[in-house]
Design a protein around this ligand. Structure first.
Ligand code: SAM
Ligand code: SF4
Length: 363
């Protein structure tokens, strides 16, 4: 694995559509009217009840598939949403039918006082309040997070071999991440999910090790395909290992059975046929699940995005800072959902990478 060159990553947030009249929003596209009541529904009938909130674009690690080792630029503090602003958007989203909330980043735990934000979001009523973290700062605060209302945790871990972990994540260490997994379970935030990005020729020889880890620990290991969202912009399809191949390699050793539960979940879930453990496959590139997508995203600088791969986003932060009322903010959320495209089109020849990378959007 060669060292990447320093890169500067441009940030662009589109302005919000203030000033557009409601009539023009309700009559745009396919001749259909955008709904101004009920749940957040797009023009393809997908109901959006899941909000991903990025609390920061900063991170204490530099994973090779996510960020360059040096040269990453971050938002100035004044650009970030305050906790009051985050809670305001979340409360509004709740009133529009959103019931599932995930905190992410960057690394969410590098943002100070996250426990207090979790407590405030839990008080809104979100029964499903989860976090995706790299696990480096988690153990000392996991109990407080659970007491504040956090219900689930996903920890990212791309290798079970200490030296390789260091090569992929560049900072941090495997022992601390494994200790965080134990702490999550002691805090009764089970079952813990472990996210693994499998890269061809880098860690694909650990697929069976991770399957074995899932069988031995009861942790749900989710294999994620490498997506064209690295800040370096060096993604190419040859680096990803398709979910289908991962399935075949694991099931040849330990037969798997599909678990059909929630059709909107991105992971295809499988249990081992002998009853020992579960894995998930997130095949975002090779087998997109856009048709059942129920997700909306709020970036750390207050942009609403309807898709990880979208080239369009609306700044709810600017609207709030201009003194907009909740009705105006709700309209922006509805519009963002209404504008969602049927799919991300990664596999189309004219696919255009979004200007923002994964850590800037919130994975
Ligand atoms: N820093 C936290 C972490 O790593 O868990 C949360 C944010 S991170 C952006 C969320 C998830 O996105 C992680 O599981 C990470 O492995 C994954 N990820 C980051 N870049 C990716 C890429 N280019 N393709 C696929 N997954 C990626
Ligand atoms: Fe940081 Fe998460 Fe990106 Fe790794 S994947 S660099 S931990 S934001």
């Amino acid at each position: 694995m060669g060292l990447p060159l320093p890169v500067r990553v441009p940030v662009s947030v589109r302005s919000h559509p203030r000033g557009e009249d409601v009539a023009s929003l309700t009559t745009r596209g396919r001749g259909e009217a955008m709904r101004l009541d009920g749940p957040l529904t797009d023009r393809y009938g997908r109901v959006h009840d899941d909000l991903r909130i990025s609390v920061t674009d900063r991170c204490n690690l530099r994973c090779v598939y996510c960020m360059p080792e040096v040269g990453m630029t971050f938002q100035p503090p004044s650009a970030l949403l305050s906790f009051d602003e985050i809670v305001r958007v979340a409360t509004l989203a709740y009133s529009l039918g959103v019931r599932s909330l995930r905190l992410t980043g960057g690394e969410p735990l590098v943002r100070k006082s996250l426990v207090s934000l979790v407590a405030r979001l839990s008080a809104v009523g979100f029964g499903d309040l989860s976090m995706t973290t790299n696990g480096m700062l988690l153990a000392p605060q996991v109990r407080a997070l659970a007491e504040a209302g956090l219900t689930r945790v996903n920890i990212s871990c791309d290798s079970l071999r200490p030296e390789r972990f260091n090569a992929i994540r560049r900072r941090g260490d495997l022992a601390t991440v494994l200790a965080s997994m134990d702490a999550v379970e002691r805090a009764r935030l089970s079952p813990l999910k472990v996210n693994v990005v499998i890269l061809h020729g880098v860690n694909d020889d650990e697929i069976l090790d991770f399957a074995s880890f899932a069988r031995d620990t009861g942790r749900i290991v989710r294999f994620i395909e490498f997506m064209p969202l690295d800040a370096q912009g060096t993604w190419d399809k040859g680096q990803l290992v398709p979910g289908r191949e991962i399935y075949e390699r694991i099931s040849a050793r330990w037969p798997l059975e599909r678990i059909d539960v929630d059709s909107s979940a991105p992971a295809e879930r499988f249990r081992f046929s002998d009853g020992r453990g579960e894995i998930g496959l997130i095949s975002s590139v090779s087998e997109p699940f856009c048709g059942t997508c129920n997700r909306l995203r709020l970036t750390s600088d207050g942009a609403i995005r309807n898709c990880l791969f979208s080239n369009d986003e609306l700044s709810i932060r600017d609207l709030m800072r201009e003194g907009a009322g909740d009705d105006e903010l709700a309209l922006l959320l509805r519009r963002a959902v209404w504008q969602k495209l049927p799919g991300h089109a990664i596999n189309e020849p004219d696919f255009l990478r979004p200007a923002r990378s994964m850590s800037m959007i919130g994975g």
